[in-house]
Design a protein around this ligand. Structure first.
Ligand code: PMP
Ligand code: GLU
Length: 398
């Protein structure tokens, strides 16, 4: 009998976090690596949010919290859904967790039985696949490509549904592609799912505020499907609060209660101090606190696209949100540098890390081996320097 369980042996490491770790190690050993790997805003958390956390400590918000989060925070989240998304929930529908990652894990573990199928449009965020595996679910992938802006087609969605389908799990704006579904597109998806009363939707909207084409649209807005939608959101991306670990769901009461029960056995309520900080963050008008960061991301996206267009062989679309560009790099497959042959996205990633000292994440981690992910949540200067290094390294591949 092996020491470790089959469960952990079969689980893949998070490749975004693995790349971030590798980068830190290379930097610590004196190598000047530029990291465009991990998806986290380079901005500091706004001061008014930090002040709320300091005040929380002074006011002794230092005890265990209710498992689904402080009532005050859940009321603020209810108001946020009303203000930003025109969705009506009650505090009993909200469960606050240690990051949206835990929110997704709670929901999947509460809904998926062994053998249940979970439809996942490709490319998907790295952790979806592994969380589904942890629930003994079966991921069913829907392909897409750079040519159709990485959107799943309604036809493919319909084809993927079987009597075993339990869930559709997707993000909009999407990590890793930045794809944003329009209201009309979401309605079509909702109508397809509505025909199957046993299928639920986990809609991951963590990049809600990082949207360059106008207002965010939630799939829960369609009344005929609303009770079957678990909306996931959090403060990590929009408010530059990745380290505070606050995510949340809105779901009908039975599902919210189940997630609370699950969380009560794993982590309990998340950090009291972070909850008070998140309360301050979400109470404020996002126009003042979040929009300046989004405008900056928009500028950086345009710059990175302009720079990438100068690299022969990269096929790039225009992402409408989040802070990622996901070019198709299959042009480089089969090319060589010395003894190194580039056969897939991981090889290219490795090559660029070693030869250009730029860290990206392979598309394989997101289910699309033809692509590679750039995170542009960094300064314009860093983006210019990164592409300055990448361009000659790619030109050396023959
Ligand atoms: N969903 C997506 C699509 C993400 O990119 C992330 C980023 N880590 C998360 C969920 C989880 O966010 P967090 O746990 O930091 O709230
Ligand atoms: N979501 C971010 C990313 O995709 C953070 C890392 C992670 O949690 O996987 O890079």
């Amino acid at each position: 009998m092996g020491k470790l369980s089959d469960r952990i042996n079969h689980l893949s490491e998070s490749q975004t976090l693995a790349m971030a770790k590798k980068c830190r190690e290379m930097i610590a050993s004196g190598i000047d690596v530029i990291s465009l790997s991990i998806g986290e805003p380079d901005f500091d958390t706004p001061d008014f949010i930090k002040d709320a956390a300091k005040e929380a400590i002074d006011k002794n918000f230092t005890h265990y919290t209710p498992v689904p989060g402080f009532l005050e925070l859940r009321k603020v989240i209810v108001e946020k859904f009303r203000r930003d998304n025109h969705l009506n929930y009650k505090p009993e529908n909200i469960v606050v967790s240690t990051g949206a990652k835990q929110s997704i894990a709670n929901a999947v573990l509460c809904l998926v039985n062994p053998g249940d199928e979970v439809i996942v449009p490709v490319p998907y965020w790295v952790s979806y696949r592994e969380i589904i595996k942890m629930a003994d679910g079966v991921p069913v992938y829907i392909p897409s490509s750079v040519e159709n802006d990485f959107k799943m087609s309604p036809k493919d969605l319909e084809k993927a549904i079987t009597p075993k389908t339990k869930l559709l799990l997707f993000s909009t704006p999407c990590n890793p592609t930045g794809t944003v579904y329009t209201k009309e597109e979401l309605k079509v998806i909702a109508e397809i799912i509505a025909k199957h009363p046993d299928i639920y939707i986990i809609s991951d909207e963590i990049y809600e505020h990082i949207n360059f084409i106008g207002g965010h649209e939630s799939i829960a807005q369609f009344d005929f499907i609303r009770d079957r939608v678990i909306t996931v959101n959090g403060v990590s991306k929009g408010y530059a609060m990745t380290g505070w670990r606050i995510g949340y769901i809105a779901a009908e009461k039975e599902i919210a209660d189940a997630c609370e029960k699950m969380q009560g056995q794993f982590t309990s309520g998340t950090s009291s101090i972070s909850q008070k900080a998140a309360e301050a963050a979400m109470k404020a008008d996002p126009k003042d606190s979040v929009m300046p960061m989004t405008r900056e991301f928009h500028k950086r996206r345009d710059l990175l696209l302009e720079l990438l267009h100068e690299i022969p062989g990269m096929k790039v679309n225009v992402p409408a949100g989040a802070f990622y560009v996901f070019p198709d790099i299959s042009h480089f497959f089969g090319k060589k540098h010395g003894n190194t042959t580039i056969s897939n996205s991981e090889d290219l990633c490795e090559y660029l890390l070693n030869h250009a000292h730029v860290a990206l994440v392979s598309g394989e981690a997101f289910g699309d081996d033809n692509c590679i992910r750039f995170s542009y949540a960094t300064s314009e200067e860093t983006l210019r320097e990164a592409v300055k290094r990448i361009k000659p390294a790619l030109a050396e591949l023959k």
